[in-house]
Design a protein around this ligand. Structure first.
Ligand code: EPU
Length: 337
């Protein structure tokens, strides 16, 4: 166990926050031992994975950080048409996706280059370009932070939704995910319906893409729109895309005929928060330390020298101004600590 560790390099926003205590977990059993010895008792616990979806709002985290760094990828089933992979929580997600694509296994290619570690992927059911983690998720193993007991959560039990799961909802803060099992197909149609994937492939003269070519195209599309967290601090999309009633959408459409939208079940419509924020005039806005990314307004960025509070303040101003213009309150997808 280490004490007084600066977490700047452990969060993709790159904010300073000092953790009173910090333990790196390299094996699920180590975590169970810590719990059984009572070393977490009475302490505030923060499970830290890649730190890509977290905003530190205070300079000191007065508790214990569990940094998940257990590694290993194992094929636990190998059938004619699919394989099941058991992936330890500390594995890097983009690297895992690359390896699967190289092995011609389908099911995670559209989730290419989403920064983060495998253990965090189910927590918010990561999604991009028409694919979500839940589509290939079989089950995960998790450890209860109070009792140290292991439990398996199958897909249904995780209550996956858009950027949500039971681990972000009802069971928030109670379990640590230690490994994830994913079912990947040996052959499957490629999913190229979302946004500009087809246009990108066409522009690059690719008619009938291979799995690898689709993966690489997604990486290129992301690269053009989203900041590289190694260069500019961010947590990817800062807000969720709001889902509104169809009646409200139709009323708005009278004034804003170009509003992009996606139909949802139960007479609801999802509208892109990035579009709303851009229309409210925020795209590219910045001060010395923080701002709104100029290529994708859904991403708030930290240019350096700022504090988490600067983002909190900016996010609130954006929420207020979007609400004033459209009557829609957008909410963050990033976790505040
Ligand atoms: N748009 C604008 N202005 C902007 C940004 C977007 O007008 O500044 C419009 C676009 O033109 C497009 C629509 O909004 O019509 C959607 O934009 P985009 O395809 O970039 O996707 P998004 O809805 O803004 C979501 C995810 C991303 C994911 C992309 C691609 C959420 C909160 N975000 O963004 O996920 O990569 O779709 O699937 O659902 C993340 O969660 O961190 C993340 C990056």
């Amino acid at each position: 166990m280490k004490t007084n560790i600066n977490l700047r390099s452990y969060n993709s926003f790159g904010f300073d926050a000092v953790a009173k205590e910090f333990v790196e977990i390299n094996d699920a059993n180590e975590l169970q031992t810590l719990i059984r010895r009572g070393q977490l008792k009475g302490k505030e616990v923060l499970v830290l994975s890649g730190g890509n979806n977290i905003l530190f709002t205070k300079e000191v985290f007065d508790g214990i950080v569990l940094y998940m760094n257990n590694k290993g990828i194992k094929r636990i089933a190998d059938e004619d048409d699919h394989a099941i992979l058991r992936v330890q929580a500390g594995e890097d997600w983009p690297e895992f996706v690359k390896q699967m694509v190289a092995k011609e296994l389908h099911g995670v290619e559209n989730l290419a280059n989403i920064p983060g570690k495998v253990g965090a992927a189910p927590v918010q059911n990561i999604g991009a370009y028409g694919m979500e983690l839940k589509d290939s998720f079989v089950q995960c193993e998790a450890i209860h932070l109070e009792t140290g007991k292991k439990r398996t959560f199958v897909n249904k039990e995780c209550l996956f939704g858009y950027r949500s799961s039971i681990f972000k909802g009802m069971l928030r803060g109670q379990y640590v995910i230690t490994s994830v099992d994913l079912l990947l197909k040996k052959d499957a149609p490629l999913n190229m319906e979302y946004g500009n994937i087809k246009a990108y492939l066409e522009q690059n003269g690719i008619d009938n893409p291979t799995l690898q070519q689709l993966h690489d195209a997604i990486c290129a599309i992301r690269y053009a729109k989203l900041p590289d967290v190694k260069q500019i601090g961010s947590a990817g999309s800062f807000f969720k895309n709001p889902v509104i009633e169809r009646a409200q959408f139709e009323a708005l459409q009278k004034d804003y005929s170009t509003m992009p939208h996606y139909d949802e079940p139960n007479d609801k419509v999802k509208v892109p928060a990035g579009w709303l924020i851009e229309q409210a005039g925020w795209k590219g806005w910045r001060n010395e330390h923080v701002g709104v990314y100029d290529k994708q307004a859904l991403v708030l960025v930290h240019f350096g020298g700022g504090k988490g509070e600067d983002i909190v303040y900016l996010a609130k101003r954006i929420q207020d101004s979007v609400e004033e213009k459209f009557g829609i309150r957008i909410s963050p997808e990033v976790n505040f600590v």
